[in-house]
Design a protein around this ligand. Sequence first.
Ligand SMILES: Nc1ncnc2c1ncn2[C@@H]1O[C@H](COP(=O)(O)OP(=O)(O)O)[C@@H](O)[C@H]1O
Ligand SMILES: [Mg+2]
Length: 400
Amino acid sequence: MTAPAGRPRPQAPALDLGALIEDRETRIVVCCGAGGVGKTTTSAALALAAAEAGRSVVVLTIDPARRLAQSLGLTELDNEPRRVDVPGAAGELHAMMLDMKRTFDDIVAAHSTPERAQAILDNPFYQTLSSSFSGTQEYMAMEKLGQLRASDQWDLIIVDTPPSRSALDFLDAPNRMSRFLDGTMIRLLMAPSRAGFKFASAGFLLFSRIVSKILGGQLLRDISAFVAALDTMFGGFRERATATYELLRRPGTSFVVVASPEPDALREASYFVDRLSADEMPLAGLVVNRTHPPATAALSATRAAAAAEEVLEAGGPDAPLAAAALRVHAERMTLAAREQHLADRFTSAHPEVAVRTVPAAAGDVHDLDGLRTMAAALTGADADTPTGTPRTRILPARRS
Ligand SMILES: Nc1ncnc2c1ncn2[C@@H]1O[C@H](COP(=O)(O)OP(=O)(O)O)[C@@H](O)[C@H]1O
Ligand SMILES: [Mg+2]
């Protein structure tokens, strides 16, 4: 695409995802970004490419679209990796779909006696928390990642992230949730029910009575019982959250930020890139997914639109069709220019971030063939990688 005269387009380094997934030092790849941009699809496509390149890979997907799940053999939620048959692959592909409640239940079971575990599992507050508390899914995704890594069965783990409102939730939720569970608020709420509590001032008892009125006494008792039970068996949610968080900063972990060529998604990507660098987490780069490159850039939008008018004026049986084709081309050129402008704006703000663009496929990506096409666009040399730009540079996190 041509740049406006006098102002050269900012040139992003090329993101070489093929090299990233083939590198044996790469052990964890986390795909994040705003909702609906293609995180799940990108994760699955990268996993497929890695398996075909000879790696033993597991992809942890979250809420995959039904047909994609079926094509990966994920017809039921069993919360364990299953082998996906990839004919001719040099390596192995395993896939799983996160079941956050099951993951939570497994933690409880693993850390207590059967009777205690049952009491927690039956607790109504636990049931709400484990299935619908905002942040539980993010926490459990990290928990599952920790488990997969600890089992050491795969040499590459690719992690999809939950469809959160904000991409940052994936990094923030575990801490927020552990603060909530370990937290002062809950301790205060349950304090009066603890025998021998000495500091229950009249004011505090009043506060606790008001809270109990708002939340309902039964819920409060459920929470208290739940937290008391957790307290004795866990050694702290906070420590677990910290441990999994640290995993993300280890060498061998790489983040791939996915965005669509839209202002909101790229803004979200911007925030996320800044956050990774502040937290010293390694960013591989940005995937701009579902772009609309024109069939040819030889004919500009303006000239195509003008030509459409001329063709119509000239008349003839084929004129309407030819004019329509020219108009479609003009629209594609305009759309492509807009998308390029947005990507350039991102690169101006983050000149060091490597970028890869992936064109929109004609339909949804829901089978192995679709994933293969997507993988080729993500990793292959066939894409519109500018010549003369350096191959992959996995940037160390910027020290602040
Ligand atoms: N490059 C692409 N071309 C066409 N469709 C795509 C592409 N990437 C993703 N999709 C489709 O977009 C939808 C959302 O993708 P998904 O991976 O589920 O997004 P996310 O996980 O970020 O919410 C899916 O229907 C998927 O098939
Ligand atoms: Mg998804």
